[in-house]
Design a binder for this molecule. Structure first.
Ligand SMILES: [Zn+2]
Length: 255
């Protein structure tokens, strides 16, 4: 039984565990592929470095919506970022998107930076990892200007309507440890009915450690207990959920 952790940040310089050890532990535990997801220009370079050093790791390059104000007018940084798309083992763009919960950057700057990355994804025919928080109507408005973009809305905790809008656009839904400890009945109802053919599993390590590992640092091998929780919740066998979500991840990211 194999799993793919489609969203991890074990390359963060402040990750408190040894990335080599957690990646080896993940492989031992059947988590055979891990995506290191970039959030800034230097962070995307670190993700690429991690992928270069590990056979079971791939990288995505992204400028997180929190970074909008920092990058949106820095043409040199944007050019440098753009050039990363050609590096070996870069299999996606993101995380990018809109976050109106924290609003660390203005809505306008966030939208500009999202458009920039959607253009890049189209140019290189790469899938996109989206981070969207309390911003779905603006997100869909921007996304709909970019035909044929494929990708995943990661760490999804939204409503049924939002889920349907996502699926309507052919995007995948990424679920993580939140599902194991949420107290929001609505989120569990949503997780029950995401079509298996559109489901991806992830950890978002070092964040969002699933039960029963709360209080420890999240690592890619924890994707397994989230998958087990979801299989149980959805009334599916863990073998089937593992097989289909792994296939989904391999198809979307071509890994
Ligand atoms: Zn993340």
């Amino acid at each position: 039984m194999n799993f793919v952790d489609t969203h991890a940040h074990v390359h963060f310089p402040d990750y408190e565990l040894d990335p080599d050890e957690v990646l080896a532990a993940a492989a031992d535990d059947g988590v055979t592929k891990v995506l290191c997801v970039g959030c800034t220009l230097p962070d995307s370079k670190l993700a690429i470095g991690m992928a270069a050093r590990h056979d079971n790791v791939w990288a995505t390059i992204g400028l997180h919506p929190h970074e909008g104000a920092k990058y949106v007018n820095d043409n040199q940084a944007l050019q440098e970022f753009r050039d990363l798309a050609r590096k070996p083992k870069v299999v996606g763009v993101g995380e990018t998107g809109l976050d109106y919960y924290y609003n660390n950057s203005s809505k306008e700057d966030q939208k500009k930076l999202l458009r920039f990355q959607l253009n890049l994804a189209q140019e290189y025919d790469l899938p996109v990892i989206f981070h969207v928080r309390e911003a779905f109507s603006d997100f869909f408005r921007v996304l709909d200007d970019f035909e044929g973009v494929r990708g995943v809305v990661h760490s999804f905790t939204g409503t049924l309507d939002e889920m349907n809008e996502i699926l309507h656009r052919g995007l995948y839904i990424g679920l993580n440890g939140i599902m194991t400890f949420t107290k929001e009945e609505k989120q569990l109802e949503m997780a029950k009915i995401v079509p298996l053919s559109k489901l991806l599993v992830e950890t978002d390590a070092p964040f969002l450690t699933p039960k029963p590992f709360r209080g420890t640092i999240c690592q890619p091998k924890h994707v397994r207990v989230t998958a087990e929780f979801l299989a149980n919740l959805r009334g599916e066998s863990i073998d089937e959920l593992a097989q289909v979500t792994t296939k989904n991840a391999q198809q979307l990211f071509n890994i």
